[in-house]
Write a protein that binds this ligand. Structure first.
Ligand SMILES: C[S@@+](CC[C@H](N)C(=O)[O-])C[C@H]1O[C@@H](n2cnc3c(N)ncnc32)[C@H](O)[C@@H]1O
Length: 254
């Protein structure tokens, strides 16, 4: 199976864990839904998960980006050709105003691609690997555009989306903000309603697989469900974690 597809690195993105996660996804599902889409690393791991596939996120920047990648890949790639991988350009884009969705997406893609931890605020370059390839991103736009052909893109609160699309044959891969760690533009870690998500998932008819940090609070919320321990080498968003390995859990109701 080809597994190189992705568009952007994202805070909390499942680049390192998607292979393990993919192995746990049942193959008799009719719908594959990601209520907390982010960079959609698990969605893009496979060329097709089910007849119905939904990408959702509350962050409008991601929604605009994925819609533009889906419907205007050539225009977006053309805009990206004029963007130079430089610190000066990065700092200019931080404060500039865009009119069209294509311009907005090009700028957002540039900032995500060139920032420390995809935080869109600090220009990043690596002493060993240098700067990101400008051609690589253009190639990815074309690949992901094709991958999104039959993917429905939604911009809702995850809880509402889960309730709206729930049925016996649906599968939800849920990757919410963790109980500790990085927050998001749409919701800080502190403000996310973990209890509400837990109450919703406990009552759905469909199957869910849920990613979380390994914390007593989360274990308590999902007591009674199967909890799988996994770990990964810590990323730059977990620099305060002492161990090299960052412990996570996967929770499932099937
Ligand atoms: C951990 S990230 C998802 C990462 C993704 N699985 C990946 O591999 O790139 C969590 C995402 O949830 C989104 N989010 C936070 N609160 C949300 C909410 N209430 N409804 C929908 N999306 C939300 C954030 O914008 C963020 O993109």
């Amino acid at each position: 199976m080809k597994n190189y597809k992705y568009l952007i690195a994202w805070i909390g993105g499942k680049s390192r864990l998607r292979k393990k996660i993919a192995q746990l996804i049942p193959n008799d599902i009719k719908g594959y839904i990601e209520p907390f889409g982010g960079g959609a690393w698990v969605l893009f791991y496979k060329d097709k998960w089910a007849d119905l596939e939904i990408y959702n996120d509350l962050d409008e920047r991601l929604i605009t980006l994925f819609n533009v990648v889906k419907y205007h890949p050539c225009e977006l790639a053309r805009q990206m050709c004029f963007m130079l991988s430089s610190r000066k350009q990065f700092n200019e884009y931080l404060n500039s105003y865009c009119v069209t969705d294509i311009q907005k997406s090009a700028q957002f893609l540039f900032l995500v691609n060139h920032s420390f931890g995809s935080n869109c605020s600090q220009f990043a370059t690596s002493k060993s690997r240098g700067i990101k390839s400008a051609y690589g991103i253009i190639q990815r736009i074309n690949e992901i555009s094709k991958r999104l052909d039959k993917v429905l893109i939604e911009n809702k609160n995850a809880i509402d989306l889960i309730k709206q699309y729930d049925s016996k044959t649906q599968f939800f891969y849920c990757d919410p903000p963790y109980s500790k760690g990085a927050g998001y533009k749409v919701c800080s870690t502190k403000d996310f309603k973990h209890e509400e998500l837990s109450q919703t998932l406990k009552t759905i008819k469909g199957r869910f697989l849920l990613s979380y940090d390994d914390s007593p609070k989360i274990r308590k919320l999902y007591k009674g469900f199967e909890i799988i321990n996994i770990s990964r080498i810590k990323g730059i968003n977990n620099i305060n974690v002492k161990d090299k390995e960052y412990k996570e859990i996967l929770i499932k109701n099937y």
